[in-house]
Ligand binder design. Sequence first.
Ligand code: BMA
Length: 379
Amino acid sequence: MARQKLAGFVFWVFMVAVSGNIKAQTAPVDKQATKETVNLYRNLVKLRNKGFMFGHQDDLAYGVGWKYEPGRSDIKDVTGDYPAFYGFELGRLELDHAVNIDSVPFDKMKQFIHDAYQRGGVITLSWHLNNPLTGKTAWDPSPAGTVPAILDSAATNAIYTSWLDKVAAFIADLKGDKGEAIPIIFRPFHELNGSWFWWGGKNCSPASLKRLYQFTETYLRDKKNIHNLLYAYNTDRFATADEYMERYPGNGWVDIMGFDIYQREGGAAGNAKFIAELDKSLTTLEDIAKQNNKIPALTEFGYNALPDSTWWTGVFVKGIGTHKISYVLGWRNAGIKSAKQREYYVPYKGEPSAADFVAFYNLPQTLFQKDVAKEKLYK
Ligand code: BMA
């Protein structure tokens, strides 16, 4: 009996060790990822124990009431520090336009990415690409069938790959001071469970979207030799783990798992509902990420025009709670066109939630530029 017990124990230790080895993903899915990209991945895994990086879309390009002022950032105006994490957008690059879908010149974007990286920050890219079948925007789902057309029609495939060539050229041009490729978290086909983009929801089958995800990654990696990307799988808000995983291309294709979520209802009830949904979704995400050995993140969030001046510590931090996520990306401060046309998701100087944002900044678990610079995420 004692010997049986001992044998059982030895077997158990062996299994734990073996499964531990099999399970822990310690490197990007791209086996040829550059040194800095591998280092970033490894450091992102560790950094989750310290807190989450705060990010902002287009942070260095413009804010509320200003555009293209060198060194300026709404986050810096409010906290004295830059974000740790930056989002930029590639939409219209596919059309050879000089400026993106939100009027950011691509040459300036390259400079912003370079500056953020040199300071030790982390960059993600999204792509609201046009519909290659209809020639209309990303929000044009009809006629259904764009995704199968990209995969199976030579003509549409040629258009799509010519667009990928442009994305590859842009990414290949992102270089640090030593000539090294700047690691980028690419999140193609974001919000893919919603039906507002041609690649999402009921506009294509889950199987065809998985194929498109795999095709895109293979093309960039093997045809274009792009090896400085981490891939983020990115849904919109979701109800269940099954819904989240429905379009997942597989563990060999993804490094980071995230979702986008926006608060749309106000008042105490709206706040409570958002806290509960964020908490529940992060619980599910962390669980799924753990099972699949991926890094969980909040790939976009916001409460447009911040109607609650204590939203940061009163709502957002409560929803995040003790969840260990890699980063959160606040959406862009497009600006104020009129009393009714306001689009911003992080405070600017003088905005009513700015003081609360400073309190949020001072929390130990929120990581900004100064925190991540110390971490040397690329080393
Ligand atoms: C949306 C809005 C649009 C913008 C688009 C692409 O959420 O912010 O104004 O053009 O994203 O960045």
